[in-house]
Design a protein around this ligand. Structure first.
Ligand code: ADP
Ligand code: MG
Length: 263
């Protein structure tokens, strides 16, 4: 649910005046918006609008040319890409990125291991602390598989599953790492209408039962309108509209840019 009406609440993610320049191309141009705790924010816009670049900035793959990105009020720009998972920022990729020959269970365990803290010596001697941690890791992976309805596929190699299920494996791997903010880059690409419906339900479960915020990049307007609490619309790297799905749906700039209709 949207919490933008409660100004005293701290945003989970704040993108502030963010710009990225690739040579002569302004991939992002002074982009500002907030994502609230326990909410789903949709990031939409035509191809080349800058959506993936923005997610790359938040996950610290792409350094911005200017501006700031804050997590619970603190800049993440001093942190490296590999530190972001530990700070609760997890993502999936536009192209499927699972280990196709490994079973679902192993793919999800890899995510759960991100949160492990036992050191090398503990691992060497198989300390009690380490065994307890292994149990915890397995429990997190089991829960993540359950949340994304993957339990029945646990031992199937990911490459043998339909695209819709493979997308859920990626989400489960990210979920097992304990995110506060999940960045999903076009998770609906190639899904059937039935799988789209399921995806919407799974995203709502992550928000409502796990208290996670989701930044969802998506082309499918039905899904976006259905699943998001708030929307940010990018066009040529600029924010041209933001607000509730109902507000954005009627926005003349959005009709022109996104749906190709005259303003
Ligand atoms: N690494 C890069 N080098 C140069 N140009 C890039 C790079 N990544 C993206 N771009 C350009 O930046 C713009 C935004 O791209 P992108 O973020 O992938 O858009 P979207 O995900 O909305 O389709 C496009 O014009 C794209 O060609
Ligand atoms: Mg993209």
């Amino acid at each position: 649910m949207s919490q933008s009406s409660s100004p005293e609440k701290t945003s989970l993610l704040e993108v502030d005046d963010l710009s990225v320049q690739f040579g002569g191309i302004k991939a992002l141009d002074q982009v500002s918006f907030k994502v609230w705790p326990r909410s789903v924010c949709g990031l939409i816009g035509p191809n080349g609008a800058g959506k993936t670049t923005l997610v790359n900035c938040v996950s610290r793959i792409q350094p911005p040319t200017r501006g700031d990105i804050r997590l619970k009020g603190r800049s993440v720009l001093a942190h490296r890409q590999y530190e972001m998972a530990g700070m609760g920022v997890l993502r999936t990729f536009q192209n499927l990125a699972s280990f196709a020959h490994l079973p679902v269970w192993h793919n999800v365990l890899i995510g759960a291991h991100c949160q492990g803290s036992s050191g090398y010596i503990a691992a060497l001697f198989g300390s009690r602390q380490q065994r307890a941690e292994e149990k915890e890791i397995e429990a997190r992976a089991l829960l993540a598989m359950d949340r994304l309805s993957l339990t029945e596929h646990a031992s199937t190699p990911v490459g043998q599953l339909p695209a819709g299920v493979q997308r859920r494996v990626e989400m489960a791997r990210a979920l097992a790492a304990g995110p506060r903010l999940l960045l999903l880059d076009e998770p609906a690409a190639g899904l059937t209408p039935g799988e789209l419906e399921q995806l919407a339900q799974h995203i709502h479960r992550l928000r409502d039962e796990d208290g996670i915020s989701v930044l969802l990049i998506e082309h499918n307007m039905n899904l976006v309108m259905n699943v998001c609490d708030e929307l940010v619309v990018l066009d040529f790297g600029r924010v041209i509209a933001k607000g509730s799905p109902d507000e954005v749906r009627e926005h003349p700039e959005v009709l022109r840019a996104y749906l190709g209709e005259p303003a």
